[in-house]
Design a protein around this ligand. Structure first.
Ligand SMILES: [Zn+2]
Length: 121
């Protein structure tokens, strides 16, 4: 998904699930890709994108003011999972049908997140 879709999707979920850290959630929603670029890793690298970053940040779920950070990263991975390139889960690539460069697919992903947030509220 495009970064705007990651940010919008996470904002919808963060407003319901982690209202004390909405801004952190929005920033963290693109963190896996930013960290990969900074470290010179390939896009959607198995270990950094899908394992190391989520595991390092997961303890923040216990602090309401920081809980948006792992939420943003987790939502990023879930949305990437919906694309044809997918993400790795235990050495196996899990793929969806969405194309990152298709604006309609990005809007569908955001709409699904808004619907999920509405259902959770
Ligand atoms: Zn990504």
């Amino acid at each position: 998904m495009k970064w705007y879709a990651h940010i919008a999707s996470t904002l919808a979920l963060a407003l319901v699930l982690t209202p004390y850290s909405v801004a952190y959630a929005a920033a963290a929603s693109i963190l896996p890709d930013v960290v990969e670029k900074l470290l010179g890793l390939p896009h959607r690298s198995i270990y950094m994108h899908n394992y190391a970053l989520p595991l390092l940040l997961s303890p923040m779920f216990f602090y309401p003011s920081l809980a948006g950070i792992p939420l943003g990263v987790l939502d990023h991975i879930v949305l990437d999972n919906l694309t044809v390139h997918g993400v790795y889960l235990f050495e196996r690539r899990i793929r969806g049908f969405m194309n990152t460069n298709n604006p309609l697919h990005n809007m569908i992903a955001v709409a699904a997140s808004i619907l999920l947030a509405y259902m959770l509220s």
